[in-house]
Design a protein around this ligand. Structure first.
Ligand code: GLU
Length: 469
């Protein structure tokens, strides 16, 4: 039973990389009948804002990741952190350091000049028999943790196997600033421990924080959780993913007409695989996901793949669902008597809900202009007469015209009798009905529109002479 969490810092929108680690954490918790928790890391008040917090919650709602219990906000847990700082001071595992900013800068410069790694030099670290400097007047101390001075900090990462950090690489880092505010690694370790997190699944940009957090766990006698550091998502050129490569904000995917199923499917595969399977329903993800199968190397963002998945889900979700989704794009089909036909026809080609809306509009909204190139090519002398004849034929049997097959039945003999090639009849009609030459099958459009609307659109196009002059 894994207890996992997602712990975003609300400094902006929810990044798709964040959503991917959230999804992995969610799947692992649900698969093991554990719990998935949400914690907002909002102690850096200068960088947080309420809108960003709301954006995270909204994005979770949109993709349908539900979390257990209440959302924890670090900003509301300051008393808890203070208690542990006091405890560490009392136990002699942390100490006050009065080194000024200038002294620290000078130390760093000296270490750089000597080509040493920059680290705190332990001036204020209490040791048996050591005499500490006199406390400078009026100075407010920071609190530092006593980190082990030698040895190795080792943990088994669920993805990267054994990770070892030389203690020399981790200095006595600050756990509380001079204004009393606890620092990042300190609060993360405390929260994860108190929230009972068993598996920390997060981006590998946090890898170097882990030894520091382990030091806190050990100082406080907490059980160290399992860690899984997920490799980053790169752009197709192998560089850090940026806005130029596609959207980063999860909600932009909604605005661009992606279905949440497609985005989650895309993200689960971006860094994890199960044989060569590409399509995963949520049930399949839950059945098959295991963090130990997460790839060890960075994955590459591929927009084509996302579009392909989205097209798949658009084709496969119910028409009712599509009609509902389309309402966010001001396309209303509920109540339309041909809703099923319209969607069955349009969803075959759409890669996004925006494309779907566009192809629906092409059918249900009468065109106001006609594609000039197509009109020049397909509307010739005799076309008007032919269309009138054709409408007459249809009109005589108007009451029998409902389905595609009904139109076919009357059209085929007409074509034969007049020795027409299909495009000679269909392209002018397609232009008259939709404004262009690219729309789906003319029979389908006619069946959706019904004879009266077909007649009215064809007549209108003839009246305007297909905008030819
Ligand atoms: N708040 C951190 C972030 O947004 C995540 C911390 C963690 O997962 O341990 O990157």
């Amino acid at each position: 039973m894994a207890i996992t969490r997602f712990a975003p810092s609300p400094t902006g929108y929810l990044h798709i990389g964040g959503l991917r680690t959230a999804l992995y954490s969610y799947l692992w918790a649900r698969k093991t009948n554990g719990e998935f928790k949400l914690r907002i890391e909002d102690t850096d008040t200068s960088r947080n804002n309420d809108a960003a917090m709301e954006a995270i919650i909204n994005a979770f709602d949109w993709v349908g990741l539900n979390y257990d219990g209440k959302v924890e906000y670090q900003s509301k847990r300051l008393d808890i952190y203070k208690k542990y700082i006091d405890q560490l001071l009392e136990e002699g595992k942390a100490y006050r350091c009065y080194m000024s900013r200038e002294e620290l800068d000078a130390l760093r410069e000296e270490q750089m000049a000597n080509k040493q790694t920059s680290r705190y030099d332990g001036t204020w670290r209490p040791e048996d028999g050591k005499v500490l400097p006199a406390i400078p007047e009026g100075a407010e101390p920071v609190i530092r943790i006593k980190s082990p001075e030698e040895g190795v900090i080792t943990f088994i990462d669920g993805i990267k196997s054994t990770m070892s950090f030389d203690c020399i690489e981790v200095d006595d880092f600050v756990i509380a600033r001079s204004n009393g505010m606890p620092t990042y690694n300190f609060v993360v370790a405390i929260d994860d421990a108190l929230m009972g997190i068993t598996d920390v699944i997060r981006g590998d940009d946090h890898l170097t924080n882990t030894p520091k957090q382990i030091i806190i766990y050990e100082a406080l006698g907490f059980t160290v959780p399992k860690f899984c550091h997920v490799p980053m998502i790169n752009n197709p050129q192998g560089k850090k993913l940026s806005k130029r490569d596609g959207a980063l904000d999860v909600m932009d995917y909604k605005r661009q007409g992606y279905l949440p199923e497609a985005l989650l499917n895309f993200l689960v595969r971006l860094g994890w695989s199960n044989k060569d399977q590409e399509i995963f329903s949520m049930d399949e993800m839950l059945e098959l996901f295991d963090p130990s199968n997460i790839n060890k190397s960075a994955s590459s963002y591929n927009e084509e793949k996302l579009l392909w998945l989205n097209a798949h889900y658009i084709k496969n979700v119910s028409n009712d669902r599509l009609a509902k989704e389309l309402e966010s794009f001001d396309c209303y089909l509920n109540g339309h008597d041909k809703k099923e036909m319209i969607l069955d026809l349009s969803k075959e080609r759409a890669q996004t809900l925006i494309e779907l809306k566009e192809s629906i509009s092409k059918i249900i909204d009468a065109p106001t202009t006609y594609e000039a190139k197509g009109s020049r090519k397909f509307v010739k002398e005799g076309t008007a007469q032919m269309l009138e004849n054709y409408l007459n034929i249809l009109e005589q049997k108007k009451d029998t015209l409902h389905l595609v097959a009904d139109y076919e039945l009357l059209t085929k003999p007409f074509i034969e009798e007049h020795k027409l090639k299909f495009p000679e009849l269909f392209q002018p009609i397609r232009i008259a009905l939709t404004g262009g030459t690219q729309a789906p099958s003319v029979y389908d459009i006619m069946a959706i529109l019904g004879f009266d609307e077909v007649k009215s659109r064809v007549n209108k196009a003839l009246e305007l002479n297909f905008n030819k002059e």
